[in-house]
Design a protein around this ligand. Structure first.
Ligand SMILES: Cc1ncc(COP(=O)(O)O)c(C=O)c1O
Length: 489
């Protein structure tokens, strides 16, 4: 559970520290509906770049940032709808766009939601503690960014084979960056490094393990889910229906946004995808793959498996080929020649590699359920192509320049996506996946036998996480009030 044990003296110290450093914290309600953010803060945002290390950028931890580099406040939720001429299915596939968060990825929200509760309860001391962010890239970038805004030290831990852009970015943001052996799916090595740091540095380090931290789940349930809901309310007509949400699983956080949608639309389903080269959910499988950000050879602790309806494996080669089609000028020209509207093609750079995987998941889901133009399928475009330009260069080096023939073949691949490597989950399939958690979390990572059983059997386990939101809102508001008092002194 999210620990709300308070330490009064440390809360006072933290509030004083935030007053000195001009920090104010956004509540969950403000991240969910940034229109309610005080006008004075909006006025400040107009003078601040989206990527600036400025504490007011904490108020850009929302899906509603205006899509500009500098000085934007809030527009509507950022999303992109992909038309049937591109996807090959009539269903309306809509994805929230993560590029407009500071850091260019939504993971900054998960990072904030793991750290903020510890700050306002006085469990974390920004003066003394070092925030450790184990990740495959975007979460540790988000964590390093949040740490800088809060003026505390950070350690980013990620596998050495992650994209060069991630490492470059971290150089200027994290106090320490640790590269662990292996690729995207080598998460056990990250966990080992965290334990090593704890042993060596003791109480100084504070590990925010996104794969187990329920603050990550909470943020997506209470911020991403309502953002998807708002887009749906904008787009849906009286005859339309929400068929479901399709997202890949890295830490398992984003999945909670789909759970929120399920709670609001009774027919909606939730499909969770992973790389076919590492089919852990589908087949207890393991392996390396190239879809950065997802699929880590284990079932995250924060994944409520009982509420997942389908698992889907996506070939990393398909994701890479389509990523090229969407980003190479020849590919884009070809898409326009096939009738994909130019304004859509111009926006395809909003999809990073795992976003292509999410799109493919949505297409498979739409094919499986034979969805029509009255069915909405929602997904999330976590980050953008900006994080993977070196991957494009590597592909060009390995395969030669992208040609029209490549574009023809890749567009045909997209139209031919079918329902292979997919499983609609029965009760016992869900149980099988949930049981896999035991080996990672109870045997290796110190979770209790009682809690893993509670996740499956206790009807209140997951809903009690959502019940924490109003308490956190209150704690953050009270904390901001204390900051105000110290500022005046
Ligand atoms: C690019 C990218 N896609 C997808 C994900 C998966 O999101 P989640 O961790 O919420 O499951 C991540 C997570 O780090 C990511 O960085």
């Amino acid at each position: 559970m999210i620990d709300l044990t308070t330490n009064e003296e440390q809360i006072e110290r933290n509030a004083r520290y935030c007053a000195q450093n001009d920090i104010i914290l956004p509540t969950y309600d403000e991240m969910q509906r940034p229109q309610i953010v005080p006008e004075a803060i909006k006025a400040e945002l107009k003078t601040i770049a989206r990527e600036a290390v400025h504490p007011r950028n904490l108020f850009r931890v929302t899906w509603e940032n205006e899509p500009v580099e500098h000085g934007g406040t809030y527009g509507g939720v950022n999303y992109l709808e992909l038309p049937a001429v591109l996807t090959g299915v009539p269903a309306r596939i809509v994805g929230l766009v993560g590029k407009w968060f500071p850091t260019g990825a939504h993971k900054v929200g998960a990072a904030y939601s793991c750290l903020a509760p510890t700050l306002v309860t006085g469990q974390f001391d920004p003066d003394k503690n070092m925030a450790v962010w184990p990740s495959t890239g975007n979460y540790c970038r988000g964590g390093a960014f949040i740490s800088r805004l809060l003026g505390c030290k950070s350690v980013a831990i990620l596998p050495e084979e992650m994209s060069q852009e991630r490492f470059e970015w971290l150089k200027n943001m994290a106090n320490e960056t640790i590269a662990t052996p292996g690729c995207e799916s080598n998460v056990k090595e990250i966990f080992d490094k965290c334990h090593e740091l704890s042993r060596e540095r003791g109480a100084e380090v504070f590990i925010f393990n996104q794969f187990e931290q329920l603050g990550n789940h909470l943020w997506h349930h209470e911020v991403t889910g309502p953002a998807i809901e708002r887009v749906l309310s904008e787009l849906m007509g009286p005859r339309d229906r929400v068929a479901g949400t399709c997202v890949s699983s890295g830490s398992g956080g984003t999945i909670a946004g789909g759970e929120y949608i399920k709670s609001k639309f009774p027919h909606a389903k939730l499909a969770v995808s992973e790389a076919a080269q590492c089919p852990t959910l589908l087949a207890n499988g393991f392996g390396g793959h190239r879809i950065e950000g997802i699929g880590d050879k284990h079932v995250p602790w924060i994944h409520n498996v009982k509420n997942t309806d389908m698992v889907v494996a996506i070939d990393d080669e398909d994701s890479m080929r389509l990523f090229r089609l969407f980003n190479e000028p020849v590919g884009r020209e070809y898409l326009v020649s096939k009738g994909v509207p130019k304004e859509t093609v111009d926006q395809l750079g909003l999809l990073g590699i795992s976003c292509v995987c999410n799109l493919l998941t949505a297409i498979k889901f739409a094919r499986y359920y034979e969805l029509t133009e009255n069915d909405f399928v929602t997904t999330v475009f976590t980050d953008s192509a900006g994080m993977y330009q070196t991957r494009l260069a590597e592909l060009e080096e390995a395969r030669g320049a992208y040609t029209r023939d490549d574009a023809v073949a890749d567009y045909a691949l997209l139209q031919a996506i079918r329902t292979d490597q997919l499983l609609e989950l029965r009760y016992e399939d869900r149980k099988r996946i949930h049981n896999l958690k035991y080996y990672t979390w109870v045997e290796q990572q110190g979770k209790t036998y009682d809690e893993i059983n509670a996740q499956w059997h206790d009807r209140d386990y997951w809903s009690s996480i959502y019940a924490v939101k109003p308490k956190l809102n209150r704690l953050i508001t009270e904390f901001n009030e204390r900051i105000k008092v110290y500022r005046k002194q």
